[in-house]
Design a protein around this ligand. Sequence first.
Ligand SMILES: [Zn+2]
Ligand SMILES: [Zn+2]
Length: 183
Amino acid sequence: MSIVSFSISLPLDSDQFLRRQCPLCLRQFKIGTTEADRQSLIERELEAYLLQEGLEIRAESADATEADADELWCPYCGQTAPRDQWWTQEQIAYIHVFGYNIMAQIVNEQFIRPMKREFSGHRSGFISIKFEGKEMEYQEPWISPESDDMTIHALPCCDLRVKVDDDWSRPIYCYRCGFPHAT
Ligand SMILES: [Zn+2]
Ligand SMILES: [Zn+2]
């Protein structure tokens, strides 16, 4: 069963960079990503969210790829963490709204509506039974648009570019290989 029959798009800046947050030092930076990268990260987060809510559902394209196993280096503090741990609070809250809506849809369609049908106007002897279950309400996902802040730096080691805070003057670690570049 596919849980993601729609695509969730995260806001990117005008250079198509995605905001990331280091899980260790909590500083934010931006990197280039592909649509496939973003979808696979989103699906993993949705799966984790639903599993935590007691629903074990695998997304269609969630087969672990080599890229998924990769770690990223933080450009600021130079520490590493798995690729799926670099969400900002706002991004994760946004993805969780979709997770919540998927759960609401499953609960409404598989449980609440059939119960309502089953018990609507059902009479058992002299007793009339009516199921009063309320459907779960859907939430409206919202995330702020991405602003064009930060300064872009080249990472010649891996032929990549990264955006970091304008006033960052210490070395910038390559997020792919960890090589420290002087600013
Ligand atoms: Zn960091
Ligand atoms: Zn590198």
